[in-house]
Structures are given as C-alpha cells and as structure tokens.
Design a protein around this ligand. Structure first.
Ligand code: F6P
Length: 543
C-alpha cells in the first residue's frame, strides 16, 4: 500500500514553519487585521452554520491544512469509503455507514450485491414493528400493552441510542418510557427494572456480535427477571427482540429470527446509531421521525462528498484538530452543547473519536511518531461554566472547544433560551478575546487582584448552530463528527474503524472471573495477585 506519512508531506513542513510565524498572534490582532474574518470563516452545511473564525488560524493556515489533506490522499480515501472499498484493512471490511442513510432507490453495489435495498428492507421491518408497539398492536405475553422499552447494549450499541433518545425527548411518545442498561454492574439493570412491570416491558438486546460480556450478562438476568414473573418461556418471544449481525447466537439465546433486526459487518459499532441499533429511537419518535433523522445524515454525507475541501465543514473541523494536536501540542478537546437534551453527546463523541483514532500505529503497522486523537470530553452549558470553565479561561493548558447551540428552544419555557444563548456567545467571546491587565486595572480593580482577574484570551473555539434541534439536524451533526474523525484518521494514516485496543482487558477479565470464584494458585504480577487475594477474602458469597 502506498502510504503518505503526514510528517513527510510538503505541507507538514510548511505548517511547522507557518506555526512559528502565527502561533504567537492573538485572536484580537487577527480580527483587527481582517474585518471580514468572521464572515469568511463561517460555513454552512446541511442546516448547520459553523463559525471557525475564533481559531488561531489565518487564510494561509487553511490553505496549508487543505494542502496537507490533499497530499495525504483525503479525497481519494473519502471516495473509496463512499464506493464501499475495504478501507478497514485490519478487519478486511468496508466502513459503509454512509449506506445506512442512502435514500430508497439509490444503489451501492459492494461485491456483487446492492446494499441499499437490504438497508431499506430492515428499515421497513423496523418501521412495521415500531408502529405496532406505538399503537399497542404488539402486546406482551399477558395481553398488556408495551409501555417500557429497555435497550440492553454497551459501547456503540448503547451510547448512540441513549444519546439520541435524550436528544429527541421532545419528539418521543410520552406514553413510552425508554431506558438503557449497559454496565455489567448489576446496579444498572436492577435500578432500571425495579419499578417496571414485566408484563408491559420490552427488551431490545443490541449487540453486533451478540457475545459482548456485559450485554449477555445483562440480557440473561433480564430474561430471568421476566420469567420469574411471567412463568412461561413463551413470553420471551413477546418481550425480547434482538439487533445483531449474529443470528445463530440470537437464536441460541431464545429470540426467534423473526424478532431479530439485522445489520452488517461493514457497520462499525460506534457508527451504528442509524442502523437497526436505532430501533429504540424509532419506537420512541416513530418511523417518520427516524427517516428525518437519516435524511440529516445523508445531507451531511453529500456535503462531505462534494463540497470543495476549503469549504467542506467536516474536513475543516478535522484539520483544525490536526493543527492544534500536532502543531500546538493540544491533547484535549472539549465539546460543550448548549442544549440540555444533548447532555450525552460528549460521551457519544468520546467513543467516536477515541475508539476510532486513539491509535499509535499507522495503516502499515508502523509506529506513527506523532500525536493522534486528543482526549475528548465535555458537559452541557451552562453547567460546565460552573465547574471546569475556570481552567478553560485561566488554566495553563490550551483546550479548543466546540460549542453547539440552537436558535429555537425545545421547551415551552421560551424565556430561558435567551439566557442560555447569551451564555453560549459570551463564553466563546471571553475565551477568544479575554480581558487584559490594563482593562482590568481600568475598571478600578486593586493592583494585587489584577493578575487574578486577567483573562489571557486567545483560546480557540468553533461555534456550531442550527435553527432547532430536530431529528434531521441531529442526524447531520452526528454525520459531521463521523467525517471529522475520518478526516483526522486519513491525515494521521491510521485505521479509524478497528478497536484492537479494547481486546487485552477483555481477555484478562475472562481469565480473572474464575480466579475470583476459585482458590487456586495465581500467576499474574504480584500486584494483581494481591488484589485478587484481597477480593477473594472479602467477596460476597452470593455472587
Ligand atoms: O468496546 C468494544 C466494542 O467492540 C465497541 O466497539 C462496540 O461498540 C461495543 O464493544 C459493543 O459491541 P457489540 O455491539 O458487539 O456488543
């Protein structure tokens, strides 16, 4: 495979030199020198308005970053992804989540199969099932109407559906409660079930592999809970459905194939919220809402596929990440949605970014020798302002921020919204422009307090806004970040679609489980041996 190491690209050296020239410039100076900067560095994509002007960049930075993307083969790699080529080289598969949102009637032939009709067949089955649950036509074993949905899954089989359900609560059927159980800690399942009636509860067991320890332990306990109350194994067929690629394991669990919704190995777990993994979302918001959601993804896909790189929003945001990580040395990136309903969005992005690009070898298996994914984290505004924003404004590390907001509120408490949005704009302004020591002193602040009350500013942020949080704008936002991750993965020459780094811990845990329950000799390191002994002596015998 011909591979362009980013550090060997001409643009990389040019960016290193350019960094020396511009890194000391203050955003105040950049704005003063270029009055049309705000307008020229603001872009539109799939219903989103994205302002990059509060970044420590000039037009030359953008040009050099775009050149880097070109030298690293971004357009060709993007087109290969859209054609369904096996770009996930370590697992020998395409990464074809874009096919999940292709409109009916389009075609995408992979091997000798058109995947689009397959996608729509599953969507139609999901729609039929979701409609029956919503209308009460799908009944529980005892004839009760389903009122509670419990999604059992973890990682991509949980974070996506859980985030989207919270995000779209105002679009969801209020007569249905949807809960999410992911943690193998029994408290998660116990708390989710303690006030539910099994007769009106439907479990959706979501697992691409249907072998994931946490999900299978939770699903088995959920099955026991149900059978303990309903006393008839036939009840499983009315109270359990599965979303998976592993039909044999689903059958073995006791769920009939007609109650299984499939997807394909070319859908990565963290890229699966728009596949059948979104079944809980479809039940909550209805099939039409789910189609709107998919249309948002598709609109952003089209933008990513066709917009010129220098106006391509996912490309630009991805390249800004490269700029700060590789040239400024930033190791952390904050995502702060100013929308309470997006409170799970930072957690969702953590998996998307860090499981995709938290890698230290390139596509050829060579050590990369440069930084890759930053740590992604965040909390909704305004809550974050009263916890970690102190560090963002006056701390010693530079943390670029993505601010996300909407012009219209979702709740009927409309007068709250101006307070929310005023804070959103104020934080971005304060981070960028700060307040100098002279300005502080001029306000009559005693000299001894001036350093404490000075804000250096020059702290970069992106502002992303859409008119309203809808299924469509949410779909577009998720797709935007998927393509940001892709862009960064291409520049860093890494495979954004595998996750071998999660395997070792799983393997060791499998070995330790019987050791905790037994009394035999241990052959770990002295520290791990001591912890196992400590736990053995104290563990609850009921376990
Ligand atoms: O944590 C590793 C991982 O494989 C994720 O990539 C995935 O989203 C999650 O586990 C769940 O996997 P599955 O859907 O197969 O249960």
């Amino acid at each position: 495979m011909a591979l362009r190491k980013p550090t060997e690209a001409r643009a990389w050296a040019a960016l290193a030199e350019h960094y020396r020239q511009v890194s000391a410039l203050h955003l105040r100076d950049l704005f003063a020198a270029d009055p049309s900067r705000a307008k020229d560095l603001t872009f539109e994509a799939a219903g989103w308005r994205v302002d990059c002007s509060k970044h420590r960049i000039t037009r030359e930075t953008v040009a050099l970053l775009v050149e880097l993307a070109e030298e690293c083969g971004l357009p060709a790699r993007r087109d290969a992804m859209f054609r369904g080529e096996r770009i996930n080289v370590t697992e020998g598969r395409p990464a074809l989540h874009i096919a999940l949102r292709l409109p009916r009637g389009r075609s995408l032939v992979v091997g000798d199969e058109d995947v689009v009709p397959q996608v729509h067949r599953v969507l139609d089955r999901m729609a039929d099932f979701a409609t029956r649950v919503r209308l009460g036509a799908w009944k529980g074993h005892t004839g009760d109407r389903i009122r509670n949905i419990v999604n059992v899954g973890i990682g991509g089989s949980d974070l996506g559906p859980a985030m989207v359900y919270e995000a779209l609560r105002f679009y969801a059927d209020p007569n249905l409660q949807v809960r999410f159980v992911s943690n193998v800690d029994g408290s998660d399942l116990a708390l989710a079930l303690r006030d539910l009636d099994p007769a009106s509860t439907l479990f959706i067991v979501c697992s691409k592999t249907f072998t994931t320890l946490e999900t299978m332990v939770n699903a088995r306990s959920a099955r026991e809970w149900l059978l303990a109350k309903l006393k008839d194994p036939r009840a499983i067929q009315r109270h359990f459905v599965a979303v998976s690629t592993n039909e044999a394991a689903v059958r073995e669990f006791g769920i009939a194939p007609e109650n299984m919704f499939g997807f394909w190995d070319w859908v990565g777990g963290r890229y699966s919220v728009d596949s059948a993994i979104g079944l809980s979302t479809m039940i909550a918001i209805g099939p039409d809402g789910f189609r709107e959601f998919l249309s948002g993804f598709h609109a952003m896909d089209e933008h990513f596929r066709s917009a010129p790189l220098h106006r391509n929003v996912p490309v630009l945001l991805g390249l800004l990440g490269v700029w700060y990580v590789n040239f400024f040395g930033c190791q952390s990136w904050a995502v702060v949605p100013y929308d309470h309903c997006l409170r799970r969005f930072p957690a969702y992005l953590q998996q998307l970014f860090m499981e995709s690009n938290g890698k230290s070898v390139n596509l050829l298996g060579e050590s990369v020798g440069y930084a890759t994914s930053p740590v992604v984290w965040g909390e909704p505004g305004t809550n974050g302002q009263h916890s970690f924003f102190q560090l963002l404004h006056q701390g010693t590390v530079l943390v670029p921020c993505d601010f996300i907001g909407f012009c219209e509120p979702q709740s009927s408490l409309e007068h709250h919204h101006d307070f929310l949005i005023a804070n959103l704009f104020a934080q971005a302004e304060a981070l960028a422009f700060g307040r100098s020591a002279e300005e502080v002193a001029a306000r009559g602040v005693p000299a001894g307090l001036v350093p404490h009350r000075t804000f250096p500013g020059n702290r970069p942020s992106t502002m992303l806004m859409a008119p309203r949080l809808t299924p469509r704008t949410l779909g577009a936002l998720i797709a935007l970040y998927e393509h940001v991750v892709f862009t960064q993965g291409v520049v860093w020459s890494i495979n954004s679609f595998d996750q071998w780094g999660v395997e070792l811990g799983k393997e060791l845990a499998d070995r330790i489980v019987p050791e905790l329950r037994g009394s035999g000799a241990l052959a770990h390191d002295p520290s791990t041996n001591a912890w196992i002994e400590y736990y053995r002596a104290r563990r609850s015998r009921k376990a």
